[in-house]
Design a protein around this ligand. Structure first.
Ligand code: ZN
Length: 211
């Protein structure tokens, strides 16, 4: 059985000016000679408490960079960045090896071509002999621990992220729902995430334990 506790290495850190204010960017990897698997943007105001608003965001080239409407990643990233940069204490954990829910960019685009023929996101991954979700959140928990964080408010609709953080010893005091990223192109994708992958869509604030 895999261990829940992992080690990460901070490879670099610098101040980063952004359109929404100045923040600290950190680069982490699970190997000391790695090139960076996780980028973290953290911003802490003067007098802020110890419980940050946190988003664990899986890289999505098509959604985050290219503005694809096939998923809700780009909207979720921009909305969570806005909330993190205006919170007293906010942390974005951007996971660079989670493309395509961990199957990689080429496989994700292969899955898109199958989806164009009628498969949903789960069926397409299965047809490619790929896991439906290959993401490991334990390095994210390790990053939070490294930053001295043991309790979070988490921006997510994905119960797997809540469970993974709790299993790794990070207490999720509150789930902050992400809503409002529907469009005509991602409706089937969002419905599949709710019905086949257990995602939560109701606009609610609730504790992880009530899920
Ligand atoms: Zn996406």
């Amino acid at each position: 059985m895999a261990q829940n506790i992992q080690t990460v290495w901070e490879l670099a850190s610098a101040t980063l000016p952004t359109g929404q204010g100045s923040a600290q960017i950190h680069v982490f990897d699970s190997k000391p000679q790695g090139e960076g698997e996780i980028a973290v943007l953290s911003r802490r105001g003067a007098g802020a408490g110890d419980i940050p608003l946190v988003r664990l965001h899986s890289v999505c080239l098509t959604g985050d960079v290219l503005g694809s409407l096939k998923c809700d990643c780009g909207g979720q990233l921009q909305a969570s960045l806005g909330q993190i940069m205006t919170a007293d204490y906010g942390i974005l954990v951007y996971v660079l090896n989670h493309e395509g829910r961990g199957i990689g960019l080429a496989n994700k685009i292969r899955a898109y071509s199958l989806q164009a023929l009628g498969a949903n996101t789960v069926e397409a991954n299965i047809a490619l002999c790929m896991p439906v979700d290959a993401r490991d959140y334990r390095p994210c928990a390790a990053v939070l621990r490294y930053l001295g964080v043991s309790q979070v408010r988490l921006l997510t609709n994905n119960p797997d992220k809540l469970k993974a953080l709790e299993a790794a010893g990070i207490e999720v005091l509150e789930r902050v729902a992400m809503e409002g990223f529907d469009n005509p192109f991602n409706q089937d994708y969002l419905d599949t995430k709710v019905h086949l992958m257990g995602h939560l869509r109701k606009l609610t604030m609730q504790t992880a334990r009530s899920l």
